[in-house]
Design a protein around this ligand. Structure first.
Ligand code: ANZ
Ligand code: ZN
Length: 819
């Protein structure tokens, strides 16, 4: 008899699924459809343990739906533009495409070995002209609608990568990619107007409630950061009016000074000649301070007086106007009314600059004027003229009413969300399809001239960061005739943030190779939106917010028929080692390839899925791939025994041993619910249970020829196919079936075989046992009591006495107190 060998089994099935296109999405309309998507990988080296986990989880879902008879689209592609390829190209004096496509080839063969159930015909790479042609086309669609624009502003600049960064790419003041402290630079850049969609991005999250992890929804809500308050106009003596945004118009009487963002144009407009130099010096220092630091509460407050005074529109009071870095230029109006008594940052500034503090809300706490501690709780207005005696909402409403009557303010809403800065001064990205003409201005590249391809002759040092895009040096590429006037013009030399590429790939997957249109609308409507998206929580804001924005914008353009791209989201956990994330510096990395060589693909996949619920982290130091391998051998031998016993593949199971049949059907029934609830680890546990029950029946019961044993073993193969495709396929063949088990028919659960769990309960009279019954485990207290009352033994014991009290202990007993 053949011994179980994962290597022999892997060899038997290697390449089988790709060659036979087992996982090809048919789109024939004969069956209901599902779209399962794993966040597509970035081609940095080979696949690692993190990929292995994420893809194992997504595969459970895709394979399960396939077994349930769905037509499943489970595509694969690569997010293949980006800095690492460019840095590698500089280091090896090559073109970034070389490194990129080498890594893709490596990852592809690893994916094939790892036996993920993908449709290989869908394959796309965002760095292929066939793909980025449409990224450019979309950019121009957004441009046509005014959703892409150029603006000069103070942008986040990474001095190491020599490129600008979106706000979302600045993490704790540092570059998301390289960790270098981010500085500011005034540059003219391209933006997407995501702020136009702030409210819809927020509102539509209601429909994702319960389908996306709560944590992700909260992170997006915070990032959008909606607040409501009022915009208030202060007049300035001998100067332009100054608008401020406040969430607390009820504290207007406590506004003892004003502050404008020092780096805003506003500061320069307001400053008097006498103070201009001080402002200038202050602004110079500011360039080296990150937004995060600027807003940090414990930083000492700094600033300069602008020499101006504003007039409080409610109290008429004259207040000085300052400039400081703790007010941000791009939030609200870039200026505030400072209420030191009720805002700690204002209080700190007031104390540092010796400015007055006036308490206008009595909260019952000690007076901030005395303590220097601002009070933010609700209370009753004092020192506030017409607002005195009011509190909270009423005071806010009244203040807005008074402002509106004077024409000096109105209720308003603000969002923290900023427009998405999309241009990058790097090479390996989608070129921005715009031509700059001295006469015509910005001219879109005509659609029939797309794609604007990256030059193929740049390599090595020519790509080194210089603060402007390396494309600027490619003169033959840059210089073109203006499409409008035919005159000499130049191409835009920036490339797009790679998050633009990944904001729409899930739509392209429905029709990856269409060279006539971005996608065939019927195909898109057939498959999208994505039913199940799987990926890491690190994308909670950037990628997921951008994709939601793209979907909504495309909906408004009539290009798609849905407004949310991902109906359900699963964030798989991380694979740790020794309780810590794997990293080079800790030296605790585990190489996926070595694990696969040692234990086989199936044992590694099974270990990943069995270790914990998919959203939890897995500590590789705590798991046992060797035990997984043992279990797989045990399962495999069931099929071997059934085969040896000579039972035919079309055996009718109904004459099989009843008890094993009950176990089988119960487990299939439970597995259906567990898979819907994404409790994949429990499904594996139940599969183990079924293997044990079947083994018992073979060795000490009816034997391997019993039809119930065949039925159970077939179910084991199907359940295992979700996580251990090689072993499952081999078992399926031994059971005499045509491959592939992935396309087999899911067992139809026979309700008659679903016996309920029973428990024994007792009935007492005066604490004395009078009867016992077998009842369903989930019996209600009322049913239990009714059953006990109806018992002959109980009635006899009560006789003609009165029932004074009935005590029911759920699932255990009923006691009648009589007298
Ligand atoms: C007066 C006031 C009194 C304020 C008070 C708060 C408490 P959110 O909730 O985040 O929207 N603010 C407005 N624009 C700002 C800017 N560009 N940079 C820094 N701070 C700014 O916060 C709104 C509050 O933050 C506003 O309400 C304003 O201070 C400040 F007892 O106005 B408040
Ligand atoms: Zn022109």
């Amino acid at each position: 008899r053949e011994e179980f060998s994962f290597a022999a089994i892997e060899q038997r099935w290697a390449g089988y699924w790709e060659k036979n296109k087992v996982f090809k999405a048919s789109g024939d309309g004969q069956r209901p459809r599902k779209y399962v998507l794993d966040m597509f990988p970035y081609p940095s080296g080979d696949l690692h343990m993190g990929h292995a986990e994420a893809f194992a989880m997504g595969d459970v879902v895709a394979r399960y739906w396939m077994l349930r008879g769905y037509d499943v689209l489970h595509p694969i592609g690569w997010d293949s533009f980006g800095l690492p390829a460019e840095n590698a190209a500089i280091a090896r004096d090559a073109h970034p495409a070389e490194w990129t496509y080498e890594n893709i080839a490596t990852q592809r063969s690893s994916f094939e070995r790892y036996a993920i159930s993908v449709d290989w015909d869908t394959i796309l790479h965002t760095s292929d002209p066939e793909y980025y042609s449409w990224t450019q086309w979309l950019f121009l669609k957004f441009y046509e609608r005014g959703l892409t624009y150029r603006k000069k502003s103070q942008v986040n600049w990474c001095p190491k990568d020599q490129t600008v960064l979106a706000n979302e790419q600045v993490v704790d003041g540092a570059c998301e990619r390289c960790g270098t402290e981010v500085t500011k630079k005034a540059l003219e850049q391209w933006y997407f107007k995501i702020t136009d969609y702030a409210e819809r991005l927020l509102q539509d999250m209601d429909s994702l409630e319960g389908h996306w992890p709560e944590r992700v929804l909260n992170m997006q809500r915070n990032w959008i950061g909606k607040s409501t308050g009022a915009t208030v106009t202060f007049s300035i003596e001998d100067g332009p009016e100054l608008e401020v945004y406040t969430t607390r118009p009820d504290t207007l009487y406590g506004a003892t000074f004003m502050v404008v963002a020092a780096d805003a144009d506003l500061a320069e407009e307001l400053v008097t000649d006498e103070h201009a130099e001080a402002l200038h010096d202050y602004r110079e220092q500011l360039k080296h301070v990150s937004d995060i630091d600027r807003q940090s509460a414990d930083r000492p407050k700094t600033g300069v007086f602008l020499g101006r005074y504003g007039i409080n529109p409610l109290s008429g009071e004259r207040v000085p106007v300052w400039a400081s870095d703790y007010v941000l230029a791009d939030y609200g109006t870039g200026a505030i009314m400072a209420v030191p008594a009720h805002d700690q940052r204002d209080m700190d500034f007031a104390r540092a600059m010796d400015l007055p503090v006036r308490t206008v809300v009595d909260t019952g706490a000690e007076d901030p004027e005395v303590t220097g501690i601002a009070t933010t709780e609700a209370g009753t207005n004092i020192n506030s003229g017409e607002l005195d005696g009011l509190s909270g909402e009423a005071a806010i409403a009244k203040s807005i009413e008074l402002l509106a009557a004077k024409g000096t303010g109105y209720e308003s809403v603000n969002y923290r969300l900023r427009d998405w800065l999309l241009s990058r001064q790097r090479f390996w990205g989608t070129p921005i399809p715009i031509i700059h003409c001295a006469d015509c201005g910005l001219v879109p590249v005509p659609a029939d001239q797309l794609p604007v391809e990256l030059p193929k002759n740049l390599h090595g040092q020519q790509l080194a960061p210089k603060g402007q895009s390396p494309l600027a040096a490619a003169e033959d590429w840059v210089n073109v005739a203006c499409p409008q006037c035919g005159g000499a013009a130049t191409r835009d030399t920036d490339t797009m943030d790679t998050f633009v590429d990944s904001s729409w790939y899930y739509m392209r997957f429905v029709d990856s190779h269409n060279d006539q249109q971005i996608w065939d609308r019927d195909k898109l409507d057939r498959w999208a939106p994505v039913d199940q998206y799987v990926g890491g929580v690190e994308h909670a804001i950037l990628h997921l917010l951008y994709s939601r924005f793209f979907t909504k914008a495309l909906y408004d353009m009539g290009l798609v028929g849905f407004t949310e791209p991902f109906s359900r989201l699963l964030n798989q956990g991380q694979v740790l080692n020794g309780g810590k994330a794997m990293s080079k510096s800790l030296g605790n990395g585990v190489a996926l390839g070595e694990q696969l060589d040692a234990f086989g693909v199936d044992a590694i996949r099974l270990t990943m899925v069995f270790a914990s619920p998919p959203e939890d982290d897995i500590d590789w130091a705590d798991v046992s791939p060797a035990a997984s391998l043992k279990f797989l051998a045990r399962a495999w031998r069931l099929a071997q025994d059934v085969q040896a016993a000579g039972s035919a593949p079309d055996t009718d199971p109904s004459s099989g041993v009843e008890a094993l049949r009950q176990t089988t059907h119960k487990i299939v029934h439970d597995a259906e619910n567990l898979l819907e609830d994404q409790k994949f680890n429990v499904v594996v546990a139940r599969t183990m249970e079924l293997v044990n029950a079947t083994r018992k029946e073979i060795d000490n019961g009816a034997g391997a020829a019993d039809p119930a044993v065949r039925e159970a073993t077939e179910v084991v193969a199907q359940l295992l196919s979700l996580v251990a495709p090689y072993t499952a396929e081999d078992m399926w063949a031994m059971l005499g079936h045509e491959p592939s088990v992935a396309r087999s028919t899911w067992l139809q659960v026979d309700e008659a075989l679903l016996v309920e769990d029973k428990i024994t309960v007792i009935a007492q009279v005066q604490g004395k046992l009078r009867d016992r019954f077998e009842v369903p485990a989930n019996i209600s207290d009322d049913e239990l009591e009714a059953m006990a009352r109806a018992s002959d033994n109980v009635q006899r014991a009560i006789g003609d006495k009165q029932i004074r009290k009935v005590i029911v202990v759920s699932g255990k007993l009923v006691n009648f107190v009589v007298g």
